[in-house]
Design a protein around this ligand. Sequence first.
Ligand SMILES: CC(C)(COP(=O)(O)OP(=O)(O)OC[C@H]1O[C@@H](n2cnc3c(N)ncnc32)[C@H](O)[C@@H]1OP(=O)(O)O)[C@@H](O)C(=O)NCCC(=O)NCCS
Length: 208
Amino acid sequence: MVLRRLTEADLDDLAALDADPEVMRHLTGGRPTPREVIRDRILPAVLDDYERSPGFGRFAAIERATGEFLGWFSLLRDEHRRGQASLGYRLRRAAWGRGLATEGSRALIRLAFAELGVERVVATTMAVNVASRRVMEKAGMTLARTFYLSWPDPIDGAEHGDVEYAVTAQEARKVTETTSSGAPAGSAELHRQSSGAERRRRPPEHTA
Ligand SMILES: CC(C)(COP(=O)(O)OP(=O)(O)OC[C@H]1O[C@@H](n2cnc3c(N)ncnc32)[C@H](O)[C@@H]1OP(=O)(O)O)[C@@H](O)C(=O)NCCC(=O)NCCS
């Protein structure tokens, strides 16, 4: 799997991803994100973020062999807590169950600590989102807290609250020291350069 920056050309794939009620189950209760919202609000914000926080952002996950869009991963700088970043992911249903979310999460956590000066990576999900919690655990994170938010229109399972998992740079170093060194086999490859299409639209100094 390859992680690369998203571009406007990814609109259809992003809309199709968010149109699957199973993908959106623990995010919106299954409601799709309208395509116009992705086109006019979400994607422009994602592209702006590459400029505002170099190295961070939301990245398309692409099947290395076929070029197929698998979904996305995000590593976002926490604007309120210095040294902290949050991890997120959303994959097409066809890609589930192959360890890809774990692979991408590990790659972004490694990037955060090794290259972006992050001290702590957190990830949150609904307490009932067992698959996502398992990904967090497999990526080396541990449960930091359970919290309860009041939603105007709560979705199924919201009564169990949300969970936050976290890993610090120090904890991650310990794991690396006690296991094999370097990136594990089959690990996600991060394309730090903008894609060709993006380079045409953006000046080269904006590569991450
Ligand atoms: C959550 C998600 C990213 C997981 O992707 P994935 O590539 O299938 O994850 P992985 O294969 O790396 O690991 C999933 C783990 O959860 C486990 N799992 C999956 N569904 C499960 C369930 N219903 N109950 C218990 N465990 C479950 C898998 O067995 C696996 O653990 P294992 O390796 O110990 O067997 C994917 O399901 C998804 O995109 N869901 C929709 C969006 C979403 O919920 N994103 C997270 C929001 S915070």
